[in-house]
Design a protein around this ligand. Structure first.
Ligand code: C2O
Ligand code: CU
Ligand code: CU
Length: 436
């Protein structure tokens, strides 16, 4: 997608895109074709994203990973009606990071995001620029999504009860809206900003030569130090800022970013598949130096915790047995209601939120309005991962896991927390919290 620096016009509308070569898919997007522009914003600056809704139904925009005032956050109750516009205006004031934007209308998020409404946001700061991380053509914004395509190559969104249970998954893996994606590279270190923009699919990111790569950032910004890994699990909504080294590969080498199999999630993770193909096309000299440290992260102290809340995330068997198509996924037994306030938080308080997954499906849990730190994971995988050593807004809670996060609530107003499996979210796995 194209890159826009600063303010922009974003219009939700239908268009066409060659997701598969030679086929003109019917899609949704914010400009022409699928997805929206990559928005580059400077921390400290004020931006206006004027949103026009050219769909025939409600929509809005949520700025996932931007700390914005409640009235700009795209809460499901703040929709922009068909044919109307809304100027999202706010000042960016946060660390350098990779965020994204997508619709959030009640019970319509999954379908609209699936059909193509999403885009990346890059927050820049002078401190980060001083690190001299790979930039320009050595920095790749990658939105990964899976699509179920019909005979015309168009994505279809027709979830069955089974899809609502597991998340709507497709067999065509797309990168920035293109299936079978390919990118030529030089003998250099590359920065890849990865957004998992899929509705339900988790990727276990790896390189086809099993070489290590570095995780340098997560949802809320850079990690304290680069973390070398050979695989990284990324669930829907999460971002990974990665460094991948092509500098020692001979020209002509072909390599894939792929997804490895992984255990723990019932139906997912049994298959490995390619995501993005690279070919080393050009020899260049690379003077890149891996920074020893990236960012300073102040650990939130549990001594400051004013309140702990537990959330049991899973199934409402009653609703399922009744054959209801809604309300199978719940938080503390409740299906989301737009006008019920589930939690009331005191402005400025530090709290622990404890997500307990007793079911058999993975749930990437996401909080609006704040970033959190992951304190512990008990049960299941029983550990914290490389990308959980920094500020997060979405954390994967696998079946049998209990994950505790700590955060401070500094933005007043009404926000949501929810599972970022978008079928689960639309099914009701979401709550309202008010900070005041
Ligand atoms: Cu990315 Cu409430 O969502
Ligand atoms: Cu969000
Ligand atoms: Cu879920």
């Amino acid at each position: 997608p194209e890159t826009v620096t600063g303010s922009a016009q974003l219009t939700a509308k239908s268009g066409t895109e060659a997701i598969l070569p030679g086929k003109n898919a019917r899609v949704l997007g914010y400009r022409n074709g699928i997805l929206g522009p990559t928005l580059r914003v400077q921390s400290g600056s004020e931006v206006t994203f004027r949103f026009s809704n050219n769909l025939s139904e409600d929509s809005n925009i949520h700025w996932h990973g931007l700390l914005v005032p409640a009235e700009m956050d795209g809460h499901p109750a703040q929709v922009v009606r068909a044919g109307e516009s809304f100027p999202y205006t706010f000042r960016i004031n946060q660390a350098a990071s990779t965020a994204w934007y997508h619709p959030h209308p009640h019970e319509k998020t999954a379908r609209q995001a699936y059909l193509g409404l999403a885009g990346m946001i890059i927050v820049e700061t002078p401190t980060e620029r001083a690190l001299n991380l790979p930039s320009g053509s050595y920095e790749l914004p990658l939105i990964i999504q899976d699509k179920r395509l019909d005979g015309t190559g168009s994505p279809q969104y027709t979830p069955t009860m089974q899809d609502v249970m597991m998340g709507f998954m497709g067999e065509t893996i797309t990168v920035n809206g293109v299936g079978g994606a390919f990118h030529p590279v030089a003998t250099r270190m590359y920065r890849m900003r990865v957004v998992n923009g899929s509705n339900g699919r988790i990727y276990n990111l790896a390189l086809s030569n099993e070489a290590p790569f570095w995780v340098i950032g997560t949802d809320g910004g850079l990690l304290p130090t680069p973390e070398a890994v050979t695989a990284l699990l990324l669930s829907p909504g999460e971002r990974a800022d990665l460094l991948v080294d092509f500098s020692k590969l001979p020209v002509g080498t072909e390599l894939y970013l792929k997804s490895n199999t992984f255990p723990g999630a019932s139906a997912q993770g049994k298959q490995a598949f390619n995501i993005l193909k690279f070919r080393v096309d050009k020899a260049e000299t690379d003077s890149f130096q891996m920074p020893a440290s990236l960012a300073t992260i102040t650990t939130l102290s549990t001594a400051a915790v004013a309140k702990s809340r537990s959330f049991s995330i899973g199934m409402n068997m009653g609703n399922m047995n009744m054959g209801n198509m809604k309300g199978m996924h719940t938080i503390n037994g409740k299906v989301y209601s737009m006008d019920r306030i589930d939690e009331t938080v005191k402005l400025g308080d530090t709290e622990i939120w404890d997500f307990d997954n007793k079911g058999d499906e993975p749930h990437p849990m996401h909080l609006h309005s704040t970033f959190f730190q992951v304190l512990s994971r008990v049960g299941g995988r029983n550990t914290l991962f490389a990308n959980e050593k920094g500020w997060k807004d979405t954390v994967l809670v696998m079946p049998g896991e209990r994950v505790r996060v700590i955060c401070r609530f500094d933005k007043p107003g009404l926000f949501v927390a929810h599972c970022h499996n978008l079928e689960h979210e639309d099914d009701g796995m979401m709550l309202n919290f008010r900070v005041s």
